[in-house]
Design a protein. Structure first.
Length: 304
């Protein structure tokens, strides 16, 4: 297994659970990957094709609902409001506990909105929990940079789940970065989340995680810049505080930038590449957490 973000670790777990001997190698510590910066809300954001990813997302949803019974997993089921431009959005199919928002619940200017109870994953905790479960199963997770498939350790099958790094290993992935900037604020007592992509002044989300709140955001394709932009930070704060007045005086704890691994479609397939038996699990865009367990199960099925 190459890659130790949320997609790589869940895939390694499912393969070990199925009885495969697994080792994970990754350039970065899991808690230093883009997964660790994710807001963590279950939502199939910036990934395609819809007709395929929705099934993987529902599989993940079921897993997260089960994990939410155990606080050490970093998963909880949280109430929130999702602004929408569509009165019947595609992501609602197969979900329970979703209703149309009342007028007073709808964000200002949003054509439509829905109140939903969805998994909200604190990814730093979830990644740590996954590493502990892999250790229990005897799966080593080690640091190392694999520059080509020919450099990969000897294995019957290589699973590539390295986010943007997968493009260096596999030709023709179509992977490209999409820049996401976030600001973490001290939590003044929020438990409900908000996502509003319909604001004319930009994507806005507020995702409470215990003592802090993740506020965002941006989705700028084609740039590799990971430096925090102070002007963007100010804009994110202005939008979040306008949407949730309780954040008006919440102190800033930190800011960060992550690069989503976007592609024309999620690649989940088995192929012979440079003479190696390879399974691709890449191109999850802004839905790595959302698709993680579903795609992991699909990889396990490919290798059954």
């Amino acid at each position: 297994m190459i890659g130790a973000g949320v997609v790589g670790l869940t895939t390694a777990y499912e393969l070990a659970e199925a009885g495969h001997r697994v080792q994970v190698i990754a350039r970065d510590d899991p808690r230093e990957t883009v997964s660790a910066l994710a807001g963590g809300l279950w939502f199939p954001y910036h990934a395609a094709p819809r007709e395929v990813i929705h099934g993987w997302g529902l599989t993940s949803l079921d897993r997260f609902v089960a994990l939410a019974a155990h606080p050490d997993t970093g998963v909880r089921i949280a109430r929130g409001v999702m602004a929408e431009s569509d009165p019947d959005p595609w992501w609602r199919a197969g979900l329970t506990g979703v209703r149309e928002a009342r007028e007073e619940e709808r964000p200002a200017g949003a054509p439509f909105a829905f109140v939903a109870h969805l998994p909200l994953v604190t990814t730093t905790i979830h990644l740590t929990w996954l590493m502990a479960r892999l250790a229990e199963k005897g799966v080593p997770v080690r640091r190392g940079e694999v520059r080509s498939l020919s450099e990969a350790p000897g294995a019957d099958v290589i699973v590539v789940a390295a986010g943007l790094g997968s493009a260096d290993l596999v030709p023709g992935t179509g992977l490209a970065p999409s820049r996401g900037q976030i600001v973490r604020l001290a939590n003044p007592g929020l438990s409900d989340w908000l996502v509003d992509a319909e604001r004319p002044d930009g994507l806005t989300y507020v995702l409470p995680h215990g003592d802090y709140v993740v506020c965002g955001g941006t989705d700028i394709e084609g740039t590799w810049d990971t430096e925090v932009d102070p002007e963007t930070e100010a804009q994110i704060l202005a939008r979040a505080r306008a949407a949730i007045p309780a954040l008006a005086h919440a102190p800033v704890l930190s800011s960060a930038v992550g690069l989503r691994p976007v592609a024309p479609r999620v690649r989940l397939e088995r192929a012979l590449i440079d003479g190696r038996d390879v399974v691709l699990n890449l191109g999850h865009g802004g839905a790595g957490v959302t698709l993680s367990w579903g795609c992991a199960a699909a990889v396990a099925s490919l290798l059954a």
